[in-house]
Design a protein around this ligand. Structure first.
Ligand SMILES: NC(=O)c1ccc[n+]([C@@H]2O[C@H](COP(=O)([O-])OP(=O)(O)OC[C@H]3O[C@@H](n4cnc5c(N)ncnc54)[C@H](OP(=O)(O)O)[C@@H]3O)[C@@H](O)[C@H]2O)c1
Length: 240
C-alpha cells in the first residue's frame, strides 16, 4: 500500500455502527481494514460501500487470540502503520427490558466480557505497535452511557442489563488507563456513547438512524485538536 494513505481498523465492521463508520471513513479518503468474524458477511458489507476499493476485509474474531494475532499480522503486511483503531465489536446477551442483576448466569457474564472487554484489550495491545508507528494515532472505544457508574448511581432510567453495563464500565476504565499510559506517545484514547441507535443491537425502536449517530463519532475522530481520556456523546462529555 502507498505510504501516506491514512488507515483505520474497525472491528465488527460488517453491520450496524461498524459498517457505517467504514462508509463514512472511506468517503473521507481513509483506507479501512474491516474486521469481521465471517468473511462472507464482510464481502456482502463491501457492496454497501461507495468506495469499496478503499477497504479490505480482515477476518477478526476478538474472542479468539489466534484470530486477533493473525489479523494484526495481515494488516501489518499490508500497511506499515495504522492511524485509527475503532473498537466497535460488541454484544448484548441480555433482555433489554429486564433487570438481569440478581439472576445473571456466569456463562452470560463471562461471554459478554470476553467480547466487550477482554477481546477489546487483547486486540488493542496487539495492534498498538502499528498505531505507534504512525506518529499520531487515535483509539476510539465504542462504549455506552449504560457503562456510566455516575448515571447508574443516580438511578437514571438506564437499562439494567448488568453484564453489558459492567463490561462497558470496564471499557471506560481501560480507556482512562490507556489514555494515561499513552499520553506522551501521540496516541489519543477516548470512549464514546453513540446514542441509542437503530441497529440489530439497538432495535427498530431506537431514535437515531445509524448515519446520524456515526457522523459525530467521525467528526470527533478526525478533530485536529481532539482530547484524550474523555467519554463523549455528540461533542459533549458524558459522566464516567
Ligand atoms: N446500537 C446502540 O443503540 C448502541 C448504543 C450504545 C453502544 N453501542 C455499541 O456500539 C457497538 C456496535 O453496536 P451495533 O449497534 O452496531 O451492534 P450490532 O448491529 O449488533 O453489530 C455488532 C457487531 O459486532 C460484531 N461482533 C460481535 N462479536 C464479535 C466478536 N467476537 N468479534 C468480532 N466482531 C464481533 C458483530 O459481528 P457478527 O455480524 O459476526 O455478529 C457485528 O458486526 C457495540 O460495541 C455496542 O455495544 C450500541
Amino acid at each position: 500500500m502507498n505510504t501516506g494513505i491514512r488507515t483505520a481498523l474497525i472491528t465488527g465492521a460488517n453491520r450496524g455502527i461498524g459498517l457505517e463508520l467504514t462508509k463514512q471513513l472511506t468517503a473521507k479518503g481513509y483506507f479501512v481494514f474491516m474486521g469481521v468474524r465471517d468473511a462472507s458477511k464482510g464481502a456482502k458489507a463491501l457492496q454497501f460501500l461507495e468506495f469499496p476499493e478503499r477497504a479490505a476485509v480482515v477476518e477478526l474474531d476478538v474472542n479468539d487470540p489466534v484470530s486477533v494475532h493473525r489479523a494484526v499480522k495481515e494488516i501489518g503486511q499490508a500497511s506499515e502503520s495504522l492511524q485509527i483503531l475503532v473498537n466497535n465489536a460488541g454484544v448484548m446477551n441480555e433482555d433489554f427490558m429486564k433487570d438481569s442483576t440478581t439472576g445473571i448466569a456466569m456463562e452470560k457474564l463471562k461471554k459478554t466480557f470476553d467480547t466487550n472487554f477482554f477481546g477489546l484489550v487483547e486486540l488493542t495491545n496487539s495492534v498498538l505497535p502499528l498505531l505507534l508507528k504512525s506518529g499520531e494515532a487515535s483509539i476510539l472505544n465504542i462504549s455506552s452511557n449504560m457503562g456510566s457508574l455516575q448515571l447508574h448511581s443516580r438511578q437514571e432510567p438506564l437499562a439494567r442489563t448488568f453484564a453489558y453495563n459492567a463490561s462497558k464500565a470496564a471499557v471506560n476504565m481501560y480507556t482512562i488507563h490507556l489514555a494515561n499510559a499513552l499520553r506522551d506517545q501521540q496516541v489519543r484514547v477516548n470512549a464514546v456513547h453513540p446514542g441509542w441507535v437503530k441497529t440489530d443491537m439497538g432495535s427498530e425502536y431506537a431514535p437515531l438512524e445509524v448515519n446520524e449517530a456515526v457522523g459525530p463519532l467521525v467528526d470527533f475522530l478526525l478533530q485536529k485538536d481532539a482530547p484524550t481520556g474523555k467519554f463523549m456523546f455528540q461533542g459533549q462529555e458524558v459522566e464516567w
